[in-house]
Design a protein around this ligand. Structure first.
Ligand SMILES: Cc1ncc(C[n+]2csc(CCOP(=O)(O)OP(=O)(O)O)c2C)c(N)n1
Ligand code: SF4
Ligand SMILES: [Mg+2]
Length: 305
C-alpha cells in the first residue's frame, strides 16, 4: 500500500467502505438518483456521520444487488412501501434505547413517498420522529417499467398515461411543511454547494426532516444520460424546480433564483412529452405563479427575522 493511500474510516461506514453507493451497481447510466446518492454519501462521510438506510421498493433498493453482495456501504433495511417511515421510526427508537448515534435515513422514490408510503410518512412527521427522510423524485414508477405517479408532470407519457398525464403533480413540499416539521427542503444535484449545505443543515437537526431531490431518470424520461445534470440545471434556471427550504413549517427561504430561461428547453430535451400533450404557455404561467407564491411566503415569513 503506498503511503498516500487513505485508510478507510471504519467508524463511519460500518463496512469500512469509501462509498455509500458502490461503483458497479446496476443503476442505469445517467441515473439522477445515483448521483444524488453519491453526493449525499460524501456529505455524511465528511461529517463522519453513521448511517442506517431504510429503503422501500424502488430503484434504490434494486441497487442493493443480490445477497450476499451489496452495492451499499452501510447497514440497509428493505421495507414495505406502506411502512417505510414506521420501519425508520422503529430503527431510530432502537438506536436511542441502545445509546447509539447516527442517522436513520429513509431513501425513497416519489411513488413510495407521494403515493404509497404517505400514511406512515405523515404519521412519523406528525410525531416528529427523529429520522431523515430523503425522496428522490424522478416523477415516475421507474423500477416497475414507468407508470405514472402523483409526481409525474403534466403531459408526460407513461405506461399508464399513454396520451400524456392530465393532472398536475402533488405539492409534496406543501404537505410536508404543513406538518410543521423542523426542516423541509428541495435539493438540486446541479447545485452541489447548496445541496451539501442542506444535507448538513438537516443532519445537524433533530426530529423529522424531509429532503426532496430532483432526480432525472433517463430511462423513463427518454432523455440522454449525459443530459442529466443539464436537465436539473435548466429546471432551476427556468423556475420549474425552485431550491428552497422551510424551517418549522413556517419560515421560508429561496436558495437559488431562476433566471427565467425558457421552460421549452427542459421539455425539448426529453422524448416523454408527446406532441400536443403540453401547453407551454400554461406551464410558463404555472411556473411563475408557483415561484411567486413561495417568494411571497419567504418575504412574509423570512428565515432571518
Ligand atoms: C404496496 C406495493 N405496491 C406496488 C408495488 C410494486 N412496485 C414496486 S417498485 C414500484 C415503483 C416505485 O416507484 P418510486 O417509488 O417512484 O421509485 P422508482 O422506481 O422510481 O425508483 C412499484 C409500484 C409494491 N412493491 N408494493
Ligand atoms: S430506471 Fe431511472 S431511476 Fe431507476 S435506475 Fe434507471 S435511471 Fe435510475
Ligand atoms: Mg420514481
Amino acid at each position: 500500500m503506498s503511503s498516500t493511500t487513505k485508510e478507510p474510516d471504519t467508524s463511519v461506514y460500518a463496512c469500512g467502505d469509501e462509498y455509500l453507493l458502490r461503483p458497479g451497481n446496476t443503476n442505469c447510466g445517467g441515473c439522477g438518483m445515483s448521483v444524488a446518492f453519491t453526493m449525499f454519501g460524501r456529505v455524511l462521510r465528511e461529517m463522519e456521520e453513521k448511517i442506517t438506510l431504510v429503503i422501500p421498493a424502488c430503484c434504490g433498493i434494486v441497487a442493493a444487488g443480490a445477497y450476499p453482495t451489496t452495492s451499499f456501504g452501510v447497514p440497509t433495511m428493505s421495507s414495505t412501501f406502506g411502512g417505510v417511515s414506521a420501519f425508520a421510526s422503529g430503527a431510530a427508537a432502537v438506536r436511542d434505547i441502545n445509546g447509539d448515534d447516527g442517522q436513520i435515513v429513509c431513501w425513497a422514490g416519489d411513488g413510495g413517498t407521494f403515493d404509497i408510503g404517505i400514511a406512515s410518512i405523515s404519521g412519523a412527521a406528525e410525531r416528529n420522529d427523529n429520522t431523515l427522510y430523503v425522496c428522490y423524485d424522478n416523477g415516475i414508477y421507474g423500477n416497475t417499467g414507468g407508470q405514472r405517479s402523483s409526481a409525474t408532470p403534466i403531459g408526460a407519457k407513461t405506461t399508464t398515461t399513454p396520451r400524456g398525464k392530465v393532472e398536475a403533480p402533488k405539492d409534496i413540499m406543501a404537505i410536508m411543511a404543513a406538518h410543521c416539521i423542523p426542516y423541509t427542503a428541495t435539493l438540486s444535484i446541479a447545485h452541489p454547494e447548496d445541496f451539501a449545505r442542506k444535507v448538513k443543515t438537516a443532519v445537524e437537526m433533530d426530529g423529522f426532516r424531509f429532503l426532496l431531490i430532483h432526480a432525472p431518470c433517463p430511462t423513463g424520461w427518454k432523455s440522454e444520460p449525459s443530459e442529466t445534470i443539464n436537465l436539473v440545471r435548466i429546471a432551476v434556471r427556468s423556475g420549474l424546480f425552485v431550491p428552497y427550504e422551510v424551517f418549522g413549517g413556517e419560515r421560508y427561504r429561496i436558495n437559488v433564483e431562476p433566471d427565467w430561461m425558457d421552460v421549452a428547453e427542459y421539455y425539448d430535451r426529453q422524448r416523454r412529452f408527446p406532441k400536443g400533450s403540453i401547453d407551454l404557455n400554461a406551464i410558463r404561467a404555472t411556473v411563475r405563479h408557483r415561484y411567486e407564491r413561495i417568494k411571497q411566503l419567504a418575504q412574509m415569513w423570512p428565515v432571518d427575522m
